[in-house]
Design a protein around this ligand. Sequence first.
Ligand code: NAD
Length: 254
Amino acid sequence: MNRLEGKVVIVTGGARGQGAAHARRIVEEGGSVVVTDVLVDDGEASVKALGGTERAVFVRHDVSDRSQWAAVVATAVSQFGGVDVLVNNAGIHHITLIEDETLDGLRQLVDVNLVGVFLGIQAVIEPMRQRGGGSIVNISSLAGLEGFWGHGAYGATKWAVRGLSKTAAIELGPSGIRVNSIHPGVIDTAMLPPGAGAAAATIPLQRIGAPADVAELVVYLASDESSFVSGAEIAIDGGSGAGPFNPMRSAGGK
Ligand code: NAD
């Protein structure tokens, strides 16, 4: 408890799924949270579900729109006194073969998953400097560490987030701002295509992840416990990224 006491955190895409789990854990650990999303009803419900705390507020926000970032930062400053942590969690996903991808489809993914993260980093640099530093947590994907069938456009945005995080860690380190990327494997949210639960059999830990699993890592990276961790890429995937699992197993392993 209280690992985030006094910290002001912005969580994008916090109306549901992983972002809502992050907001819950941040409040439980004593932090204040600005939850943002394009989904207004779900976003307000997500904040309400935190139990009527004064340490959580919802702002309608499209991460791909620069002007809306200014309003989010202004809310964090006016309601809670500043910005210490940004969790760039908002994202969209679709599975399409490269040969079938449209330019519009590619641009939508780039706008939210990459431009949104880029604008978020830019928006919090000065407010974080005013607090003497901060932590930026960028949600990439296992698809930002490996290639995946049907994930040409999505994977490209998540690899970009990984690279952007490293450059930001180098540029912002002298300002006391840490930047890390998280690479979830299969996590049980509305983003998954139907039947994705079957992926459990291909995961060494034999289950898909829960939003709460990722929230624990977010709390760690947001807190001072990770004060010397920057530029890191952390997979949270039940061992999926460790190497091939099923081929050897079906060849006779136990
Ligand atoms: P989700 O669809 O439940 O949540 C994503 C949220 O982002 C939604 O609430 C959505 O409304 C919001 N969003 C979409 N476009 C937005 C925009 N322009 N501005 C603001 N908010 C916007 O899915 P999730 O699994 O919770 O996804 C969270 C993050 O985790 C995403 O970045 C996703 O790419 C990443 N991720 C998910 C998985 C998985 O298996 N679920 C795996 C790896 C990475």
